[in-house]
Write a protein that binds this ligand. Structure first.
Ligand code: MLT
Ligand code: ZN
Length: 477
């Protein structure tokens, strides 16, 4: 522990005795990865890190910390886009990694549920469901590191929301360690359960401000027996929306994902990521990726894909298209979309604007924001991309080539305000799927004022009266 940090000695000794050597780490090299986020944008300090092995240990540790007034910061895979899992600079907040709560408790292909602990990596949950012949549909770029506890705490969305909903829609039951150390066992696997307030929905999306999600019962679905993916160059933002509507109107249940990419984003991927070249001959200002899937073995998705693309080519909405003929080709098409965040990271500093509007407004959102951002930061590159089928666009802005990244990032709030002005005008939300975290702490005041924010404060005060759970996230410190 660095010498200039306060030592909560009595507490430290008791936690050490409770958790043992692998449950409490304080060497700087052990702490370092837990004090920053994956982009290195937030850096905090901490006296030590807790790594309980199970919910009982966590519950005891939380009880001890609550008694000592120590603030706790729940951590999953540390893939937050908004600094939601990084402690602040005070050196007093204690990060708590749930990585050791990583048991797959049960997969049930009759009930179509799986019961998993918070530290299970999303990809491992998908694989366990697949091994039982089922599908756990939550899917996004960070799925190889993000954990179930983290995605539930942030109500993550991702690529398949258009078909299966956000993380919230996939939860039937929860186990939670409350801020006073009590364990709420709500691991029910019921499809119908009208027994008062649906408490699980409070903890999903609470960003760790109300307690620790330690396990969850998740919904499973029949696995896909047929799938088709196409990468299309499209004529405009409107053409992308119209293409989405053509697929959705033909068979809504078949559209597993519908993603938009700008020419700027696809160029960045081609430039910075090896083996991610443009799969169509036409270079365009706009691209769309459509993913169709069905659990029916005779769904005829190839026919549907070709017929809809044909119509859209005739209408001059689609300019060119490549259909993946094999699993490997489909993955290669997806890769161009999935590498967008990494390509932007490699290209320089980016300000991320994870926003949503009604689906019908997505073309206007992208156009107006791009125009406003170019005027605000001359030479910057707007890189809108994302989940058009949900109305969720990542209206990201890449720094101008010749600018100091720090000077550009210092303008983050100005940039977010310019985007949010358009979002507000279009009836949207300033946080679609990444959450509020540290980056946007404080915006609720502006966006969810009146009785809505008052109720949120009362809920927080009722469940965490001492304010020890993830302080400085969601609400300003
Ligand atoms: C994604 O969909 O790839 C991420 O949520 C967006 C981002 O990195 O801005
Ligand atoms: Zn996204």
């Amino acid at each position: 522990m660095p010498d200039d940090q306060p030592r909560p000695t009595g507490l430290l000794d008791r936690l050490q005795a409770l958790l043992g050597p692998s449950g409490l780490l304080s060497a700087p090299e052990d702490l370092a990865p837990h004090l920053t986020d994956w982009r290195g944008l937030y850096r905090g300090r901490a006296p030590f890190l807790l790594r309980p092995a199970n919910a009982t240990e966590l519950s005891e540790a939380v009880r001890l910390c609550a008694g000592a007034g120590a603030a706790l910061v729940p951590q999953g895979g540390n893939t937050s886009m908004v600094g939601g899992a990084v402690p602040d600079e005070s050196g007093l907040q204690v990060p708590v990694s749930l990585a050791r709560l990583n048991r797959m408790r049960d997969v049930d292909p009759v009930d179509m549920t799986m019961t998993v602990e918070a530290g299970v990596v999303v990809k491992a949950a998908q694989d366990a469901a697949a091994a039982a012949g089922c599908l756990f549909p939550l899917s996004f770029g960070g799925e190889g590191s993000a954990t179930v506890g983290g995605v539930l705490s942030t109500n993550a969305g991702g690529n398949t929301t258009v078909r299966y909903g956000n993380a919230r829609e996939l939860v039937l039951g929860l186990e939670v360690v409350l801020p006073d150390g009590r364990v709420w066992n709500g691991l029910r696997r019921l499809r119908k359960d009208n027994t008062g307030y649906a408490l699980r929905h409070l903890f999903v999306g609470a960003e760790g401000t109300l307690g620790f999600i330690t396990a969850a019962v998740l919904r499973l679905f029949p696995r896909a027996r047929e799938s088709e993916v196409a990468f299309c160059a499209v004529a405009s933002e409107e053409a992308a929306l119209s293409l989405f509507r053509r697929f959705r109107d033909r068979d809504e249940t078949a559209v597993r994902a519908f993603e938009y990419m700008s020419g700027a984003g696809v160029d960045l991927v081609a430039r910075h990521v090896a083996g991610a070249a443009l799969p169509v001959e036409t270079r365009a200002g706009h691209y769309a990726l459509v993913d169709l899937a069905s659990s029916r073995p005779d769904a005829g998705l190839r026919g549907m894909m070709e017929a809809v693309l044909e119509e859209a080519l005739e209408a001059e909405e689609v300019l060119d298209a490549a259909i993946g003929g094999s699993e490997a080709q489909r993955a290669a098409l997806w890769r161009i979309r999935e590498e967008h965040p990494e390509a932007q990271r490699l290209a320089g500093a980016s300000v991320k604007n994870d926003v949503s509007v009604p689906v019908s407004k997505t073309p206007e959102l992208m156009r107006r924001c791009s125009e406003a951002l170019r005027a605000l930061v001359p030479g910057s590159v707007p890189v809108p991309f994302g989940h058009l089928g949900d109305g969720n666009i990542h209206m990201n802005l890449l720094q101008p080539e010749d600018t100091d990244p720090a000077a550009f990032l210092a303008r983050s709030h100005e940039i977010m305000d310019a985007v949010n002005a358009v979002v507000r005008d279009l009836g949207g939300s300033p946080s679609a799927e990444h959450g509020i975290g540290r980056l946007k702490a404080g915006i609720l005041e502006e966006w969810r004022g009146g009785p809505e924010l008052d109720l949120m404060h009362r809920i927080k005060a009722a469940i965490d009266p001492a304010g020890l759970m993830n302080p400085g996230k969601l609400f300003p410190p």
